[in-house]
Design a binder for this molecule. Structure first.
Ligand SMILES: NC(=O)c1ccc[n+]([C@@H]2O[C@H](COP(=O)([O-])OP(=O)(O)OC[C@H]3O[C@@H](n4cnc5c(N)ncnc54)[C@H](OP(=O)(O)O)[C@@H]3O)[C@@H](O)[C@H]2O)c1
Length: 325
Protein backbone atom coordinates (compact mmCIF):
# COMPACT_ATOMS: atom_id res chain seq x y z
CA UNK A 1 0.00 0.00 0.00
CA UNK A 2 2.86 2.39 0.85
CA UNK A 3 5.51 0.95 -1.46
CA UNK A 4 7.87 3.64 -2.79
CA UNK A 5 6.18 6.31 -0.66
CA UNK A 6 8.58 8.67 1.11
CA UNK A 7 7.53 9.16 4.72
CA UNK A 8 9.36 11.52 7.08
CA UNK A 9 8.74 11.00 10.82
CA UNK A 10 10.19 13.22 13.53
CA UNK A 11 10.84 11.79 16.98
CA UNK A 12 11.26 8.39 15.38
CA UNK A 13 13.75 7.13 17.97
CA UNK A 14 11.17 6.06 20.54
CA UNK A 15 7.55 5.78 21.59
CA UNK A 16 4.78 6.65 19.16
CA UNK A 17 7.14 7.90 16.44
CA UNK A 18 9.09 4.65 16.40
CA UNK A 19 5.88 2.61 16.47
CA UNK A 20 4.55 4.51 13.45
CA UNK A 21 7.90 4.10 11.66
CA UNK A 22 7.74 0.34 12.23
CA UNK A 23 4.16 0.03 11.00
CA UNK A 24 4.73 2.21 7.93
CA UNK A 25 7.96 0.29 7.20
CA UNK A 26 5.95 -2.93 7.30
CA UNK A 27 3.56 -1.41 4.76
CA UNK A 28 6.50 -0.85 2.40
CA UNK A 29 7.10 2.87 2.92
CA UNK A 30 10.56 4.33 2.58
CA UNK A 31 10.87 5.76 6.10
CA UNK A 32 13.04 8.77 6.85
CA UNK A 33 13.55 8.83 10.61
CA UNK A 34 14.47 12.11 12.24
CA UNK A 35 16.25 11.78 15.56
CA UNK A 36 18.75 13.81 17.54
CA UNK A 37 20.73 11.04 19.19
CA UNK A 38 22.95 8.80 17.01
CA UNK A 39 22.80 5.79 19.33
CA UNK A 40 19.04 5.85 19.86
CA UNK A 41 18.63 6.53 16.16
CA UNK A 42 20.68 3.48 15.16
CA UNK A 43 18.79 1.24 17.54
CA UNK A 44 15.45 2.48 16.20
CA UNK A 45 16.68 2.18 12.63
CA UNK A 46 17.53 -1.49 13.24
CA UNK A 47 14.02 -2.12 14.55
CA UNK A 48 12.43 -0.63 11.45
CA UNK A 49 14.94 -2.30 9.11
CA UNK A 50 14.06 -5.72 10.56
CA UNK A 51 10.42 -5.46 9.45
CA UNK A 52 10.61 -3.12 6.45
CA UNK A 53 9.14 -4.64 3.30
CA UNK A 54 10.28 -1.82 1.03
CA UNK A 55 13.33 0.43 1.06
CA UNK A 56 15.57 0.38 4.10
CA UNK A 57 14.94 3.21 6.59
CA UNK A 58 17.19 6.25 6.65
CA UNK A 59 18.12 8.26 9.72
CA UNK A 60 18.54 12.02 9.67
CA UNK A 61 20.04 13.58 12.76
CA UNK A 62 18.71 16.91 13.96
CA UNK A 63 17.91 18.61 17.23
CA UNK A 64 14.57 20.13 16.30
CA UNK A 65 14.80 22.68 19.11
CA UNK A 66 17.46 24.40 17.02
CA UNK A 67 16.30 26.23 13.92
CA UNK A 68 19.76 25.92 12.39
CA UNK A 69 19.45 22.15 12.72
CA UNK A 70 15.96 22.18 11.20
CA UNK A 71 17.30 24.20 8.28
CA UNK A 72 20.25 21.81 7.83
CA UNK A 73 17.84 18.88 7.93
CA UNK A 74 15.70 20.55 5.28
CA UNK A 75 18.75 21.28 3.12
CA UNK A 76 19.81 17.61 3.31
CA UNK A 77 16.31 16.47 2.47
CA UNK A 78 15.90 18.89 -0.39
CA UNK A 79 19.13 17.60 -1.89
CA UNK A 80 17.97 13.99 -1.82
CA UNK A 81 14.18 13.98 -1.90
CA UNK A 82 12.27 15.47 -4.84
CA UNK A 83 8.95 14.72 -3.20
CA UNK A 84 7.63 13.75 0.20
CA UNK A 85 4.41 11.73 0.37
CA UNK A 86 3.93 12.01 4.12
CA UNK A 87 5.34 14.32 6.78
CA UNK A 88 4.58 13.27 10.35
CA UNK A 89 5.43 15.88 12.96
CA UNK A 90 5.57 13.72 16.05
CA UNK A 91 8.59 14.81 18.13
CA UNK A 92 7.54 16.42 21.38
CA UNK A 93 8.85 17.18 24.82
CA UNK A 94 8.05 18.90 28.11
CA UNK A 95 10.38 20.69 30.49
CA UNK A 96 10.20 21.07 34.25
CA UNK A 97 11.60 24.56 34.24
CA UNK A 98 11.34 27.37 31.77
CA UNK A 99 14.36 27.28 29.51
CA UNK A 100 15.22 28.99 26.27
CA UNK A 101 16.20 27.18 23.11
CA UNK A 102 19.41 28.09 21.35
CA UNK A 103 17.32 30.54 19.31
CA UNK A 104 16.10 32.21 22.49
CA UNK A 105 12.57 30.76 22.35
CA UNK A 106 10.81 29.06 25.25
CA UNK A 107 11.92 25.48 24.75
CA UNK A 108 8.57 23.67 24.81
CA UNK A 109 7.15 26.02 22.20
CA UNK A 110 10.38 25.82 20.18
CA UNK A 111 10.38 22.00 20.13
CA UNK A 112 6.68 21.23 19.90
CA UNK A 113 5.35 24.03 17.73
CA UNK A 114 8.01 26.22 16.10
CA UNK A 115 10.03 23.22 14.87
CA UNK A 116 7.13 21.51 13.07
CA UNK A 117 5.97 24.88 11.75
CA UNK A 118 9.41 25.61 10.28
CA UNK A 119 9.99 22.07 9.01
CA UNK A 120 6.58 21.91 7.36
CA UNK A 121 6.66 25.31 5.72
CA UNK A 122 10.19 24.70 4.41
CA UNK A 123 9.21 21.30 3.01
CA UNK A 124 5.81 22.25 1.70
CA UNK A 125 6.89 22.34 -1.93
CA UNK A 126 8.25 18.80 -1.57
CA UNK A 127 4.94 17.60 -0.09
CA UNK A 128 3.06 19.43 -2.84
CA UNK A 129 5.22 17.62 -5.39
CA UNK A 130 3.82 14.27 -4.20
CA UNK A 131 0.79 12.89 -6.02
CA UNK A 132 -1.22 13.00 -2.80
CA UNK A 133 0.79 14.63 0.01
CA UNK A 134 -0.25 14.19 3.60
CA UNK A 135 0.81 16.11 6.69
CA UNK A 136 0.05 14.55 10.06
CA UNK A 137 0.68 16.41 13.31
CA UNK A 138 0.71 14.67 16.69
CA UNK A 139 -1.09 16.76 19.28
CA UNK A 140 -2.76 15.90 22.57
CA UNK A 141 -6.23 15.77 24.04
CA UNK A 142 -4.85 17.85 26.87
CA UNK A 143 -4.37 20.92 24.66
CA UNK A 144 -5.10 24.18 26.44
CA UNK A 145 -8.53 25.84 26.20
CA UNK A 146 -7.46 29.48 26.38
CA UNK A 147 -4.55 31.11 24.59
CA UNK A 148 -2.91 34.42 25.36
CA UNK A 149 -0.89 35.18 22.26
CA UNK A 150 0.83 38.01 24.09
CA UNK A 151 2.28 35.45 26.50
CA UNK A 152 2.98 32.63 24.07
CA UNK A 153 6.40 31.93 25.58
CA UNK A 154 4.99 31.98 29.11
CA UNK A 155 7.29 34.68 30.40
CA UNK A 156 4.53 35.01 32.97
CA UNK A 157 3.22 31.94 34.76
CA UNK A 158 5.32 29.12 33.33
CA UNK A 159 4.25 25.67 34.41
CA UNK A 160 5.32 22.45 32.71
CA UNK A 161 1.84 21.25 31.88
CA UNK A 162 0.66 24.69 30.85
CA UNK A 163 3.56 25.10 28.42
CA UNK A 164 2.99 21.63 27.04
CA UNK A 165 -0.79 22.05 26.63
CA UNK A 166 -0.28 25.43 24.99
CA UNK A 167 2.17 23.97 22.48
CA UNK A 168 -0.29 21.18 21.71
CA UNK A 169 -3.08 23.71 21.07
CA UNK A 170 -0.66 25.47 18.71
CA UNK A 171 -0.27 22.15 16.84
CA UNK A 172 -4.02 22.09 16.24
CA UNK A 173 -4.33 25.76 15.28
CA UNK A 174 -1.42 25.25 12.87
CA UNK A 175 -3.02 22.14 11.36
CA UNK A 176 -6.36 23.86 10.74
CA UNK A 177 -4.75 27.00 9.30
CA UNK A 178 -2.42 24.93 7.14
CA UNK A 179 -5.36 22.94 5.78
CA UNK A 180 -7.15 26.20 4.93
CA UNK A 181 -4.06 27.53 3.16
CA UNK A 182 -3.74 24.27 1.24
CA UNK A 183 -7.33 24.29 -0.01
CA UNK A 184 -7.41 23.56 -3.72
CA UNK A 185 -4.16 21.55 -3.60
CA UNK A 186 -3.77 17.78 -3.32
CA UNK A 187 -2.14 18.08 0.13
CA UNK A 188 -4.05 17.27 3.30
CA UNK A 189 -3.22 18.29 6.88
CA UNK A 190 -4.67 16.58 9.94
CA UNK A 191 -3.75 16.03 13.56
CA UNK A 192 -4.47 13.40 16.16
CA UNK A 193 -4.33 12.77 19.88
CA UNK A 194 -2.55 9.46 20.57
CA UNK A 195 -3.95 9.31 24.10
CA UNK A 196 -2.07 8.34 27.26
CA UNK A 197 0.78 6.17 26.05
CA UNK A 198 3.59 4.11 27.45
CA UNK A 199 6.68 5.88 26.13
CA UNK A 200 9.77 7.77 27.24
CA UNK A 201 7.77 10.98 27.46
CA UNK A 202 7.26 11.12 31.24
CA UNK A 203 10.80 10.03 32.03
CA UNK A 204 12.27 12.61 29.65
CA UNK A 205 10.10 15.38 31.08
CA UNK A 206 10.80 14.37 34.68
CA UNK A 207 9.02 15.85 37.71
CA UNK A 208 5.24 15.86 37.86
CA UNK A 209 4.73 14.43 34.35
CA UNK A 210 6.97 11.51 35.12
CA UNK A 211 4.95 10.75 38.28
CA UNK A 212 1.67 11.04 36.38
CA UNK A 213 2.85 8.74 33.60
CA UNK A 214 4.10 6.15 36.13
CA UNK A 215 0.80 6.31 38.03
CA UNK A 216 -1.20 5.89 34.81
CA UNK A 217 1.03 2.93 34.01
CA UNK A 218 0.32 1.33 37.38
CA UNK A 219 -3.41 1.72 36.81
CA UNK A 220 -3.02 0.28 33.31
CA UNK A 221 -4.41 3.42 31.71
CA UNK A 222 -1.51 3.72 29.29
CA UNK A 223 -1.77 2.16 25.89
CA UNK A 224 1.11 0.79 23.91
CA UNK A 225 2.82 3.12 21.45
CA UNK A 226 1.75 0.78 18.70
CA UNK A 227 -1.94 1.17 19.57
CA UNK A 228 -1.61 4.94 20.08
CA UNK A 229 0.16 5.37 16.76
CA UNK A 230 -2.59 3.63 14.78
CA UNK A 231 -4.48 6.84 14.03
CA UNK A 232 -1.28 8.34 12.66
CA UNK A 233 -0.59 5.31 10.48
CA UNK A 234 -4.17 5.43 9.24
CA UNK A 235 -3.95 9.13 8.38
CA UNK A 236 -0.61 8.61 6.68
CA UNK A 237 -1.45 5.55 4.67
CA UNK A 238 -5.06 4.54 4.32
CA UNK A 239 -6.97 5.19 1.10
CA UNK A 240 -10.01 6.13 3.22
CA UNK A 241 -8.09 9.04 4.71
CA UNK A 242 -7.28 10.49 1.27
CA UNK A 243 -8.97 13.83 0.83
CA UNK A 244 -9.74 14.26 4.54
CA UNK A 245 -8.18 17.49 5.72
CA UNK A 246 -8.29 20.03 8.54
CA UNK A 247 -9.49 17.48 11.08
CA UNK A 248 -8.61 16.51 14.62
CA UNK A 249 -8.80 12.83 15.49
CA UNK A 250 -9.33 11.73 19.06
CA UNK A 251 -7.56 8.85 20.78
CA UNK A 252 -10.24 6.44 19.54
CA UNK A 253 -9.15 7.26 16.00
CA UNK A 254 -12.41 9.05 15.16
CA UNK A 255 -12.78 12.67 14.02
CA UNK A 256 -13.66 14.82 17.04
CA UNK A 257 -14.02 18.42 18.15
CA UNK A 258 -10.94 20.04 19.61
CA UNK A 259 -11.33 22.86 22.16
CA UNK A 260 -13.22 25.94 20.83
CA UNK A 261 -10.18 28.26 20.77
CA UNK A 262 -8.52 26.06 18.15
CA UNK A 263 -11.30 26.99 15.69
CA UNK A 264 -10.68 30.71 16.09
CA UNK A 265 -9.39 31.80 12.68
CA UNK A 266 -8.08 35.12 13.93
CA UNK A 267 -6.03 33.37 16.61
CA UNK A 268 -4.74 30.93 13.98
CA UNK A 269 -3.71 33.75 11.63
CA UNK A 270 -1.98 35.64 14.41
CA UNK A 271 -0.23 32.50 15.59
CA UNK A 272 1.00 31.89 12.03
CA UNK A 273 2.43 35.41 11.84
CA UNK A 274 4.03 35.07 15.29
CA UNK A 275 5.50 31.71 14.30
CA UNK A 276 7.00 33.24 11.16
CA UNK A 277 8.52 35.96 13.31
CA UNK A 278 9.94 33.36 15.71
CA UNK A 279 11.47 31.56 12.74
CA UNK A 280 13.31 34.64 11.63
CA UNK A 281 14.89 35.27 15.02
CA UNK A 282 18.63 35.09 14.80
CA UNK A 283 20.35 32.25 16.64
CA UNK A 284 21.63 33.38 20.02
CA UNK A 285 23.77 30.34 20.70
CA UNK A 286 26.36 32.35 22.52
CA UNK A 287 23.89 34.05 24.80
CA UNK A 288 21.18 31.41 25.42
CA UNK A 289 21.13 30.12 29.00
CA UNK A 290 22.55 26.66 29.59
CA UNK A 291 20.05 23.93 28.88
CA UNK A 292 19.74 20.52 30.45
CA UNK A 293 18.92 19.10 27.03
CA UNK A 294 22.43 19.44 25.67
CA UNK A 295 23.57 21.19 22.53
CA UNK A 296 22.15 20.71 19.07
CA UNK A 297 23.53 18.03 16.86
CA UNK A 298 24.22 18.66 13.21
CA UNK A 299 21.80 17.22 10.76
CA UNK A 300 23.46 14.17 9.26
CA UNK A 301 22.36 11.36 7.06
CA UNK A 302 23.16 8.02 8.58
CA UNK A 303 23.56 5.04 6.29
CA UNK A 304 20.40 2.99 6.14
CA UNK A 305 22.00 -0.37 5.73
CA UNK A 306 23.78 -2.05 7.26
CA UNK A 307 23.57 0.05 10.44
CA UNK A 308 27.20 -0.09 11.48
CA UNK A 309 27.92 1.14 15.01
CA UNK A 310 31.47 1.85 13.96
CA UNK A 311 30.41 4.17 11.16
CA UNK A 312 30.03 7.76 12.25
CA UNK A 313 27.69 8.70 9.38
CA UNK A 314 28.51 10.90 6.44
CA UNK A 315 27.80 14.58 6.70
CA UNK A 316 24.83 15.65 4.65
CA UNK A 317 25.25 18.24 1.93
CA UNK A 318 24.66 21.83 2.99
CA UNK A 319 22.72 24.23 0.84
CA UNK A 320 20.61 27.33 1.16
CA UNK A 321 16.99 26.90 2.18
CA UNK A 322 13.96 28.91 1.17
CA UNK A 323 12.36 31.31 3.60
CA UNK A 324 9.06 30.05 5.07
CA UNK A 325 5.93 31.42 3.41
N1 LIG B 1 2.89 9.65 25.73
C1 LIG B 1 1.71 10.22 25.86
O1 LIG B 1 0.96 9.88 26.79
C2 LIG B 1 1.26 11.25 24.86
C3 LIG B 1 -0.07 11.72 24.96
C4 LIG B 1 -0.51 12.67 24.05
C5 LIG B 1 0.37 13.15 23.08
N2 LIG B 1 1.64 12.69 23.02
C6 LIG B 1 2.53 13.23 21.96
O2 LIG B 1 3.09 12.15 21.22
C7 LIG B 1 4.33 12.56 20.64
C8 LIG B 1 5.37 11.49 20.84
O3 LIG B 1 5.62 11.35 22.22
P1 LIG B 1 5.95 9.94 22.91
O4 LIG B 1 4.91 9.70 23.93
O5 LIG B 1 6.20 8.90 21.89
O6 LIG B 1 7.27 10.33 23.72
P2 LIG B 1 8.80 9.87 23.56
O7 LIG B 1 8.92 8.40 23.64
O8 LIG B 1 9.55 10.70 24.55
O9 LIG B 1 9.15 10.33 22.09
C9 LIG B 1 9.38 11.67 21.77
C10 LIG B 1 10.28 11.73 20.58
O10 LIG B 1 10.55 13.10 20.26
C11 LIG B 1 11.96 13.26 20.15
N3 LIG B 1 12.40 14.61 20.48
C12 LIG B 1 12.11 15.32 21.59
N4 LIG B 1 12.75 16.51 21.55
C13 LIG B 1 13.44 16.52 20.38
C14 LIG B 1 14.31 17.45 19.77
N5 LIG B 1 14.62 18.62 20.34
N6 LIG B 1 14.86 17.14 18.58
C15 LIG B 1 14.61 15.96 17.99
N7 LIG B 1 13.80 15.03 18.52
C16 LIG B 1 13.24 15.31 19.70
C17 LIG B 1 12.53 12.25 21.14
O11 LIG B 1 13.90 12.05 20.81
P3 LIG B 1 14.93 11.48 21.93
O12 LIG B 1 14.80 9.98 21.85
O13 LIG B 1 16.23 12.00 21.45
O14 LIG B 1 14.49 12.05 23.25
C18 LIG B 1 11.64 11.06 20.87
O15 LIG B 1 12.04 10.37 19.71
C19 LIG B 1 4.66 13.90 21.27
O16 LIG B 1 4.37 14.95 20.37
C20 LIG B 1 3.73 13.99 22.48
O17 LIG B 1 3.40 15.31 22.79
C21 LIG B 1 2.11 11.75 23.88
Amino acid sequence: MMRDKQVLITGASSGIGLAMAIELGKLGASVLMVSRDPERAREAQRKVARVATGAQPTVLLADLASQADVRRLVADLRASTPHLDVLINNAGAAFRQRQLSIDGIERTLATNHVAPFLLTTLLLDRVRAAPEGRIVNVTSGSHIGAIDLDNLELERGYRTLRAYSLSKACNILFTYELARRLEGTRVTANCFDPGPTESNFGASAGGFLSVVQRALGLFRVLRSAQVSGRAGVHLASSPEAAGITGKYFARNGKPAKSKPVTYDREVAKRLWALSEALCSRRSTAATAPASSEGHPTRSRNMPSSPPDPAASGNLGRRSGVPTPR
